[in-house]
Write a protein that binds this ligand. Structure first.
Ligand SMILES: Nc1ncnc2c1ncn2[C@@H]1O[C@H](COP(=O)(O)OP(=O)(O)O)[C@@H](O)[C@H]1O
Ligand SMILES: [Mg+2]
Length: 252
């Protein structure tokens, strides 16, 4: 069973952003997708989730063998694939606890208007793991959250909602080292549970805490290299310059 992207080409606003991308995320595995800014990583995440602005012009996206193309985002989520956003947005007037409970009820059945105490209890149980204080659950979603709190809150939601596959778009960006460790812990819990994870990241540092099963490198909407964890270490040393021909590489 796997989340598969098969030879996908896609456009946004008439602009080609993916150009023949193929990848496969098995359940219970972590596939790291690395690449420089603007290489198409977020575009791929949106194509997997079915963002309406992104048009798939070739290829297929399949969840356990069934095509997701043509299904709206909420239906894809219901079937078991969820996205943690690179830049989570504010949801004014909705408490984090209410959001989690409503999403849980939508996925697994239950009263959408009255939070299930068991779901709230489960959410509280994960606060320590992701490093959030209990009052966060009573606050409006992402309103006044620090960058790190937003990322931790995205992981908390996934821990409770238990998707079969999770696409994490730079869950480590803007986090201090404790934050990166917290996100890594959450990823390990999900992997052990059998969630397949596409871990999109610009930097190799989170991969010191989460050993990926595969590492893919994306440049200009294409997968240009594929390997094991050693590939992330190499990118940490050389940057992306060997792929882009530019000089944006890291130190030696
Ligand atoms: N809504 C959009 N309209 C026009 N261009 C876009 C849009 N979204 C993304 N792009 C372009 O697509 C390319 C890939 O962007 P993105 O997928 O966000 O890259 P990454 O996440 O790897 O930094 C960039 O050149 C970006 O400017
Ligand atoms: Mg991005």
């Amino acid at each position: 069973m796997a989340l598969e992207v098969i030879d996908v080409a896609a456009e946004v606003e008439g602009r080609r952003v993916l150009d023949g991308v193929t990848l496969r995320v098995e359940r219970g595995s972590v596939v790291a997708l690395m690449g420089p800014n603007g290489s198409g990583k977020t575009s791929l995440a949106y194509v997997i989730m079915g963002h309406p602005r992104y048009r798939v012009v070739r290829g297929d996206v399949r969840l356990d063998g069934e095509s997701l193309l043509g299904l709206p985002p909420h239906e894809r989520a219901r079937r078991g694939v969820m996205l943690a956003f690179q830049e989570p947005v504010e949801v004014k007037g909705v408490r984090l606890s209410s959001l989690i409970a409503a999403a849980h009820a939508r996925l697994y059945g239950g009263d959408l208007t009255r939070p299930d105490p068991k779901v709230l209890e489960e959410a509280r149980g994960y606060l320590g793991l992701v490093g959030l204080a209990a009052p966060m659950l009573d606050r409006e979603v992402n309103v006044g959250f620090s960058g790190g709190e937003r990322k931790r809150s995205e992981m908390l939601q996934l821990l409770v909602l238990k998707p079969r596959y999770a696409v994490l778009d730079e869950p480590d960006s803007g986090l201090d080292v404790d934050g990166v460790r917290a996100v890594a812990r959450a990823i390990e819990v999900m992997r052990e549970r059998g969630t397949g994870i596409l871990l999109i990241t610009h930097y190799a540092r989170i991969l010191k805490f989460v050993e990926p099963d595969r590492v893919l490198v994306m440049v200009s909407g294409r997968i240009v290299e594929e390997g094991g964890p050693e590939l992330a270490e190499r990118i940490e040393r050389t940057g992306y310059a060997p792929y882009t021909g530019g000089s944006g590489g890291g130190g030696r």
